[in-house]
Design a protein around this ligand. Structure first.
Ligand code: HEC
Ligand code: HEC
Ligand code: HEC
Ligand code: HEC
Ligand code: HEC
Ligand code: HEC
Ligand code: HEC
Ligand code: HEC
Length: 500
């Protein structure tokens, strides 16, 4: 009996000593960090002090401690710290959010822009950026330009140089490749060091990346009634209610975060998986529902016969020419393998951040793997906190109905005009940056106007849906027809006049 209590007492005292020394270390460490940084970088300490982390005694070192295996760590006044704070660090306390983020397509953002990164052959080092030779090497979409554009939104590869200096730094892109083997950046929506809920819930935060001609969700939202209500009254709404509770009692109209992430008063599960409520893929060349067979690219997505027949007739295409569209593209993993195989190898494989990486389907996890119907149901649960089911469903049905029209019209333009120009090599003498005006026009049709047409409809932006979307696609379709005609005539004239 005596022996047992001695064992217990000594075990407990070891436990308490360990606990206490850890506690003292973190507290005194924190005090040291704060004391010195209050003088060196007072802006950081001020923001930290107003954060809920400070109130909950989350120390500087809890986030900045570098694992032994992390090459970005360095000795700093008696502590091994890193400047690159990654989802691995946040995940020590917020594992749920990190897993959901990982299960969403946000986490793959970096793969999608590797075509602009692609260090196949390191050319030279310009200050703290590695420059590579890619297909874009000799164009103005070069790596130099991508570092300040694509890669600042999507994320780049952070490397550690010989002297410990961070290369391609700073970068706060969504799918940043971190030196500790993790991917992503939580401060894209929660800037350090306030880590505020209010900021993440406001549309301007998402709008930092979701704007412009190829994905103007911010502008569409501004046009919508919801955005209008936010602009006129948002300052009186309540923004800091804890997640799960924040809902229709706090705000009158939804923001991006309310529809795509928030639990919204308990109607659905709060999620960091922005793919979890999407029925459609609206950004690829053609749209298809987010069901497994299409995400993996296994099956083509059908176009309703009556709609296909309508556009075959209008454009003089043979019966059955418009039938279905390709799915599963763009495939983030295939992009990586092609443009930056060393990045693929470093982050995909057993024990790596992604254990598997073959098709677009492998990019998703958790609730994003449900059927498209279930995902739509979650979106509707948000709407019906403020609208009747028939109102909300009626509005989304309208948008659903135009997808087949979009697919059919854009496929018709491709089959009738774009494909023949490329097949007959009619534009080979008019290239700039490796692309012709025909290529650029085709890109604008699906990548800009086509996305606007589709997204405008789903997010209540009528002007975007029609005048910036559907109308522009038709206008550019007619330009494409004009180009085919003129390029064929030009080819014939040149042959006649024996111009090379
Ligand atoms: C004695 C002063 C002092 C102490 C103590 C101190 N720092 Fe620093 N820290 C600095 C200075 C000075 C810099 C450099 C600022 C600059 O480059 O302008 C710095 C830079 C940093 C950086 C940025 C490094 C980079 O490459 O961008 C981080 C992160 C950091 N400190 C975290 C911490 C943490 C966490 C602690 C406590 C564990 C801490 N510091 C303790 C003075 C201090
Ligand atoms: C909740 C986690 C967290 C805590 C707590 C935290 N930081 Fe940070 N810190 C970050 C993140 C995230 C970044 C941005 C770096 C990145 O993108 O990876 C950062 C960046 C920095 C930088 C470099 C930024 C720059 O502009 O040069 C310094 C210096 C720094 N932190 C110091 C501190 C100090 C001092 C404290 C305590 C007062 C502290 N941090 C507390 C997460 C944290
Ligand atoms: C050592 C544990 C710890 C680490 C590491 C940590 N947090 Fe926290 N975080 C907390 C605690 C504790 C709270 C407050 C209680 C709560 O809301 O759960 C909190 C709250 C938050 C909140 C809600 C803020 C609010 O106003 O309610 C956000 C957002 C957040 N953390 C983001 C992050 C991010 C991003 C990182 C990594 C850069 C991070 N945290 C790292 C412990 C941590
Ligand atoms: C302003 C920030 C920003 C810049 C700059 C940017 N992108 Fe994007 N990109 C986005 C956003 C936001 C989306 C999501 C579009 C959507 O879902 O509507 C996206 C989508 C994509 C997609 C499609 C992803 C998918 O899921 O199908 C690819 C591929 C892509 N971008 C590549 C690039 C490349 C390459 C560059 C530079 C030449 C670039 N982006 C520049 C923000 C940006
Ligand atoms: C730092 C840039 C950035 C910010 C900030 C950002 N996003 Fe994104 N988002 C992207 C990029 C890049 C993509 C496209 C690439 C991808 O999906 O992998 C994307 C894709 C998406 C998608 C499509 C996912 C899918 O499965 O097709 C949704 C929905 C989305 N974001 C919602 C949001 C919301 C809501 C916010 C704000 C709370 C937000 N994003 C903030 C960059 C950003
Ligand atoms: C696309 C923007 C976006 C990104 C990226 C993001 N968050 Fe959030 N986060 C939000 C929003 C919006 C909320 C508030 C949800 C709500 O309305 O209830 C939130 C809430 C939180 C909370 C509070 C949750 C709670 O239950 O109190 C934590 C903790 C958090 N985020 C951590 C993280 C971590 C860790 C990461 C990185 C893996 C991250 N966030 C990345 C937008 C984002
Ligand atoms: C009223 C709710 C609502 C609001 C507010 C809202 N969205 Fe959406 N969003 C939707 C719906 C519904 C869809 C279509 C979903 C589907 O696939 O069925 C959508 C689609 C998207 C997509 C396309 C995903 C894909 O397939 O590529 C992105 C990206 C996006 N929203 C981002 C945003 C951003 C950023 C904001 C704020 C500026 C925002 N949304 C505001 C409801 C909303
Ligand atoms: C937080 C409450 C709230 C949520 C959630 C919400 N709405 Fe709304 N919505 C409103 C309010 C308020 C109006 C303005 C009603 C009016 O015009 O009197 C509105 C207006 C609309 C309109 C009319 C647009 C116009 O131009 O007049 C449509 C359509 C709509 N919402 C659809 C949706 C859909 C679809 C969803 C879910 C994806 C949704 N709403 C989610 C509050 C909400």
């Amino acid at each position: 009996m005596k022996k047992i209590s001695i064992i217990i007492i000594s075990a407990l005292s070891v436990f308490f000593v360990v606990m206490a020394s850890d506690y003292i270390k973190s507290r005194s460490g924190n005090d040291a960090c704060i004391e010195c940084h209050d003088a060196e970088t007072p802006g950081i300490v001020k923001q930290y002090r107003s954060s809920s982390h400070s109130k909950n005694e989350v120390a500087c070192y809890s986030c900045h401690e570098a694992e032994k295996s992390d090459p970005s760590g360095f000795e700093h006044n008696g502590f091994r710290v890193t400047a690159v704070v990654t989802p691995k660090h946040c995940g020590k306390c917020h594992s749920k959010e990190v897993q959901e983020f990982k299960d969403s397509l946000h986490d793959e953002s970096g793969f999608f822009s590797l075509s602009a990164y692609g260090v196949r052959e390191v050319e030279k080092r310009y200050k703290n950026t590695t420059l590579g030779r890619t297909a874009n090497y000799k164009t103005n979409f070069s790596r130099e330009s991508a570092e300040a554009g694509c890669l600042d939104c999507h994320g780049t590869v952070i490397k550690v140089g010989k002297n410990g200096k961070l290369i391609n730094w700073p970068n706060v892109g969504m799918g940043r490749f971190n030196p500790d083997g993790s991917v992503g950046s939580c401060s894209t929506c929660h800037t350090r060091h306030r880590f505020s809920l209010e900021q993440a819930r406001k549309p301007e935060t998402c709008g930092q990346c979701h704007l412009g001609p190829d994905h103007p969700q911010r502008e569409i939202y501004e046009e919508s009634k919801h955005g209008n209500l936010f602009a006129s009254d948002g300052e009186n709404w309540k923004w800091d209610t804890p997640a799960g509770k924040w809902g229709p009692k706090d705000i009158d109209a939804p923001t991006c975060a309310a529809c795509h992430m928030s639990g919204f008063g308990g109607a659905v599960k709060t999620t960091h998986n922005v793919s979890a409520r999407l029925k459609w893929e609206l950004e690829p060349m053609f749209s298809w529902t987010t069901d497994k067979e299409y995400l993996s690219g296994k099956k083509k997505f059908p176009i309703k016969r009556s709609i296909a027949a309508r556009y075959e007739k209008i454009h003089g295409l043979r019966k059955g020419a418009i039938k279905s569209v390709k799915t599963g593209l763009p495939n983030p993993f295939a992009i990586a393998k092609k443009y930056a195989p060393e990045v693929y190898k470093a982050y995909v494989g057993p024990g790596k951040w992604w254990s598997r990486g073959k098709t677009r389907l492998d990019a998703l996890g958790g609730e994003a793997l449900r059927s498209s119907k279930e995902k739509r149901e979650d979106m509707l649960k948000v709407c019906t906190q403020c609208h009747s089911r028939s109102w909300a469903e009626g509005d989304l049905d309208k948008a659903d109905a135009l997808i087949d029209v979009y697919n059919a019209v854009v496929l018709a333009i491709k089959l009738k005009y774009y494909d023949p120009i490329k097949r007959e090599k009619l534009d080979k003498d008019i290239m700039f940056n490796g692309k012709s005006q025909v290529d650029n026009l085709w890109h604008e049709i699906w990548h800009h106007e086509g996305r606007i047409w589709r997204m405008g409809a789903f997010m209540q932006g009528q002007d975007w849906q029609h005048w910036e979307g559907s109308y522009e696609v038709a206008d550019d379709g007619s330009h494409m027809a004009d180009m085919l005609e003129k390029l064929r005539v030009r080819k014939a004239v040149k042959r006649k006049l024996r111009i090379r």
